[in-house]
Design a protein around this ligand. Structure first.
Ligand code: RRO
Length: 374
């Protein structure tokens, strides 16, 4: 059977599918459940220096149905609710994960409200045993009054300069990015990231400041920030794939890429890896399905790899081809073809119905004529 082992910034994962920082990652109990699943690592909720309650409720909607083939959609404006960095470095979390799944990497996510907070958190992580890596979140879109740092290139560069002066030696540090939509932005972001010893880039965070409207009640579906929140899940898979693909082309090879956004099946994970990811994270689907999603997605990915004859992810990682006349029926083409087939049979049925109606009319006419002749 295919192997899902991978490395992310030098950290060995037995399974290339793991959780995104976000839903179901804020407590030791939630982290323990992830540890007990097939998730390749356990990544905690983005932490601030001190505990935060987050934005007012309701602040998230998940399981927005986007059809059978898609990951559900979601929107959130959680506003960084978290128990504070010391909690995620406490024995309750660190040892809780280690005892539930010995050897499984435990990663923390840092999202300080100020540079000073991030530097302080880095130094606390550096003096804690049992943490295997750090994801620095540069892309939370939901803090009222705070812009998304990954969109302010000057600030991003100066923050990374300070962060890498202070980063704990020997502990891989990755960076979580916002989605980019324009080629000059990919280019600029990559130029900056390539200057630093970044171990991996996680892309993408949610698409910031979307507004989902409840037409029945004529209002926004979440309360904070006038209903504006980060869009995620199936809505953003294509943007996530494009970010993974483009950054893989532009980043130096030493920087790994972790793909996140709309992964709900083995096939979604396969697509991310094909675009260049070495691992994938699951956010919205973890939120709606719970940690059993990791076992399911991992098994689906293994089956797909078996079917395609791939033994390892390295065999297809980054090997997405540009379009050429497809040798096999495309999935979308196939879907279209099957509608065409059913369209044809619908036409045939209509034709038979018309013939039967005509025959019935003729029979009725003949019967009437016969009755009149009596
Ligand atoms: O907590 C949040 O509101 C949040 C964070 Br930190 C993030 O990085 N991305 C997101 O969609 N929500």
């Amino acid at each position: 059977m295919a192997s899902l082992t991978t490395t992310v910034g030098g950290i060995k994962l037995n399974c290339c599918v793991y959780n995104a920082s976000g839903p179901r990652t804020g407590s030791a109990a939630a982290l323990k459940k992830i540890a007990e699943s097939a998730s390749g690592a356990v990544l905690a909720k983005s932490a601030t220096l001190v505990k935060q309650d987050g934005n007012p409720l309701p602040r998230g909607v998940q399981e927005i149905d986007l059809g059978e083939r898609s990951c559900p959609g979601s929107i959130n404006s959680e506003g960084l609710p978290n128990a504070g960095i010391d909690y995620y470095l406490s024995s309750e979390c660190v040892d809780g994960v280690a005892e539930s799944a010995p050897g499984k990497p435990y990663l923390v996510s840092l999202s300080g409200l100020k540079l000073k907070d991030n530097l302080e958190m880095l130094s606390r992580v550096g003096s804690t045993a049992g943490v295997h890596g750090i994801e620095l979140n540069l892309a939370c879109p939901n803090i009222p009054g705070k812009p998304t740092m990954a969109y302010d290139f000057e600030q991003m560069e100066s923050v990374l300069e300070e962060v890498f002066k202070q980063a704990p030696k020997g502990l891989p540090l990755g960076v979580k990015l916002a989605p980019y939509f324009d080629f000059p932005h990919f280019q600029r972001a990559a130029e900056i990231l390539n200057k630093f010893p970044i171990a991996w880039v996680t892309c993408i965070n949610t698409v910031g400041n979307a507004l989902i409207v409840d037409a029945t009640n004529e209002m926004a579906v979440i309360a904070p920030k006038g209903g504006f929140g980060g869009l995620a899940g199936g809505y953003i898979k294509w943007t996530a794939l494009a970010n993974v693909r483009q950054l893989r082309k532009l980043l130096k090879p030493e920087i790994d890429i972790v793909g996140v956004g709309g992964v709900a099946s083995g096939e979604d994970a396969f697509e991310m890896i094909l675009c260049g990811a070495c691992a994938v994270q699951v956010g919205t689907k973890h939120w709606s399905e719970g940690p059993k999603c990791f076992d399911r997605i991992a098994n689906e990915l293994k089956s797909l790899m078996d079917k395609k004859g791939y033994g390892t992810i390295a065999e297809f990682q980054g090997k997405l081809k540009d379009w050429s006349k497809p040798p096999k029926a495309l999935k979308f083409g196939a879907a279209k073809a099957s509608t065409e087939v059913s369209g044809t049979s619908a036409k045939t049925v209509q034709m038979y119905q018309a013939i039967i109606s005509c025959l019935l009319l003729v029979i009725a006419g003949l019967l009437q004529a016969a009755l009149r002749a009596r």
